[in-house]
Design a protein around this ligand. Structure first.
Ligand code: PLP
Length: 395
């Protein structure tokens, strides 16, 4: 079997832009060049587009459009949340609770704060990657100022019990942030029902442009009607309610809004379609390859994520061989692909070094077809057999 084009199975790293989004961005790069802060009508046209773009994004989260702050990325929204809450509340407390499986965009700001006198609890997770709620409750102290738990994990796809965590945070009057970059646009999110105070998302994970993200900030960042619970990281003009200065990327933001509209419209249908393809990959890989098992939760997982450990081979070698068959997959996190350490997420769910090195992440998306999956399922088993023959980790 042959396919003429590349088979892209790395949607968790980034997505190709939807042609409908490209069309909108192209139009606005040409037409909406004004500065939204300018008073003339060219500027005000841009201001109107900026204003209109908050609505679909807020609506997908059941949020108020005034609580949406545009940023340059998911990473920036994560940093604003972690560092912003820490800086604003350091006189109240210096304790932050997060998990041992966060994306580096949350993990590294936490590590940086530790060097500046903050204490951070990294909650362990079970073998599926789920946070233990009792453990969370027990780790809360009078000095806890922030709980940050990701909505869904980018490597293993596990969806965390966010409503329950939100309730615990609310009961203890602690600000609750969730990194929803992988979940946003793929599964339903309701910031009211889930008691979320801060939520990060990114356009390029949902068929929008790179370099555009957003932060949901409950009550414009105010608690008790007056006091701010978050401090901006940058200072400049008064953009984005003084929270995130610099001239807004209007065409990119309009593209983000379009990407969100499409996700909202197609979410339930796409989730079902992708779940079926996902389960086909999981079942067939385990049938066709021995010593192959699924990482992450069997059911509480993103519709587009598969993470397998294929024992006695190295994930990186699988990737290179897949690449020569024009298939793009991943070993886990794109951001750690330059480091020699095995994934901290796979280690946290209890995998040995060797099993963590033998991991393969296959993430699918809107443009993935069944024939691409069949092609992948055809190509993978012989690659594994060949690699196992030359493997230093003998069976
Ligand atoms: C991709 C990703 C990020 C970073 O988003 P960028 O927009 O690329 O900075 C943060 N968290 C998670 C879970 C991600 O998957």
């Amino acid at each position: 079997m042959t396919l003429s084009e590349d088979v892209y199975l790395d949607y968790a790293a980034t997505t190709p832009m939807d042609p409908r989004v490209i069309e909108v961005i192209h139009k606005h790069f040409k037409e909406t060049y004004g500065n939204p802060s300018s008073l003339h009508s060219i500027g005000q046209k841009a201001a109107k587009m900026l204003y209109k773009s908050r609505e679909p994004i807020a609506s997908l989260l059941n949020a108020d459009r005034r609580d949406i702050i545009f940023t340059s990325s998911g990473t920036e929204a994560d940093n604003m949340s972690i560092q912003g809450v820490a800086m604003q509340n350091k006189t109240r407390g210096n304790h932050i609770i997060t998990t041992s499986i966060e994306h580096h965009a949350v993990e590294n700001p936490c590590k940086t704060l530790e060097k500046r006198g903050f204490k951070v609890t990294y909650l362990p997770v079970d073998k599926y990657g789920l946070v233990d709620l009792d453990e969370l409750k027990e780790s809360i102290t009078p000095k806890t100022i922030l709980i940050s738990v990701m909505l869904a994990n980018n490597e293993i796809g596990t969806i965390e019990p966010i409503s329950e965590i939100g309730e615990i945070a609310k009961d203890h009057d602690i600000v609750f942030h969730t990194d929803a970059v992988q979940a946003f646009g793929k599964i339903p999110i309701d910031v009211e029902q889930m008691n979320i105070d801060l939520l990060s998302a990114s356009a390029h994970k949902i068929y929008g442009p790179k370099g555009v993200g957003m932060l949901f900030m409950r009550n414009r960042g105010f608690i008790n009607g007056g006091e701010l619970f978050i401090r901006p990281l940058m200072f400049g003009g008064g953009h984005e309610k003084n929270m995130r200065p610099s001239t807004e990327n209007v065409p990119g933001i309009v593209g983000f809004a379009k990407a969100v509209e499409i996700c909202k419209e197609e979410m339930s249908r796409e989730a079902k379609r992708q779940e079926r393809l996902r389960d086909k990959i999981i079942d067939e890989c385990q049938k066709r390859i021995d010593e192959c098992f699924l990482n992450g939760h069997p059911t509480e997982r993103l519709p587009n994520n598969v993470n397998l450990t294929i024992r006695f081979v190295e994930g990186e070698s699988i990737l290179l061989d897949l690449d020569s068959e024009k298939i793009a997959a991943s070993t886990g996190s794109a951001c750690s692909s330059k480091s020699a350490d095995p994934s901290h997420v796979l280690r946290a769910i209890g995998l040995s070094h060797q099993d963590a090195y033998g991991s393969l992440r296959v993430s699918i998306g809107r443009f993935t077809t069944e024939s691409e999956i069949d092609y992948f399922l055809d190509k993978l088993p012989p690659i594994i057999s060949r690699l196992r023959e030359i493997s230093p980790f003998k069976k």
